[in-house]
Design a protein around this ligand. Sequence first.
Ligand SMILES: [Fe+2]
Length: 311
Amino acid sequence: MDIIGIGYLGFETTQLDQWREYGPGIMGFQTVSAPATDPESLYFKVDDRRNRMAFHSGSIDRVTYIGWEAQNRLAFLDAVETFKNNGVNITFGDAELCELRGVKELIRFRDPVGYQHELFYAQKWTPRSFLPGRPHGGFICDDRGLGHIVLMIPAKNPELDHFLLNIMGFQWYGSGAGKGQTSFYRSKLNNATSHDIAFGVAPGRMGIQHIGLFVDSVRDVGETYDLVKKHDHPLMMTLGQHTQDPHMSFYHFNPSGFAFETITELEPWQGDHFELNPEIMSTWGHEIVGPIVGPSVGMAEDLYPELFSSS
Ligand SMILES: [Fe+2]
């Protein structure tokens, strides 16, 4: 499938008021008007797309949809055929849903674990329209998508691997450092970053471990770091550089209890000419100073009860 990367993300949150302050004030997101049919929700823009993240008020903090961007209409139609040929249950978004997301067309489907995904093409866009919520150099999305998401799954799942690699056509990146319990993938058309999505195993549990966002410069990482400390948002990992990526980043917890990794590229990603087997997670820094998973990770039946209801 000709997928560029993550186009947008949707969340349910118990902390909508905190997000209204934190999104623009700490992260530099731009708050944009919510669509008329969803006036209570909070929509953030981080580049020239109409919006990249939406927070909907609810009783659980969790990701409720991951919107993958097909390159264009033809790529979308090809993907629809591929899902159908593989027996994947897809539903088409109606005009109201497409308007909410700001896209021309979309389909919805779940992965074998149960996470809800969408695939769309043609998200609304206005060049030079991004105005950060605070002084900020901007976020790098464009040809690599919004960033990456790392989700927990209750058990190793070979069907998930098949779904991502053989149906969605993602590239395999590897297992990273550590115990080999995390699997990293990137979309077919993303050759700018090492991964778009990763799944880590946490027995019985689901939820977001972290989301990585690329900012314009070291200054944006540093200024975000200072604001996070000044406003007492807990850190997960200090500034550091992962072994496999020429990036500098740090991790802190946001109001929904998952971490944002704020990343700057020290140099362009080098590609992977062989499967990496790093001996250490980071070459410097990334001291783990908080829990490695936050309160956004919980028992699967608590986080996604709809997957367990008998009806
Ligand atoms: Fe990351």
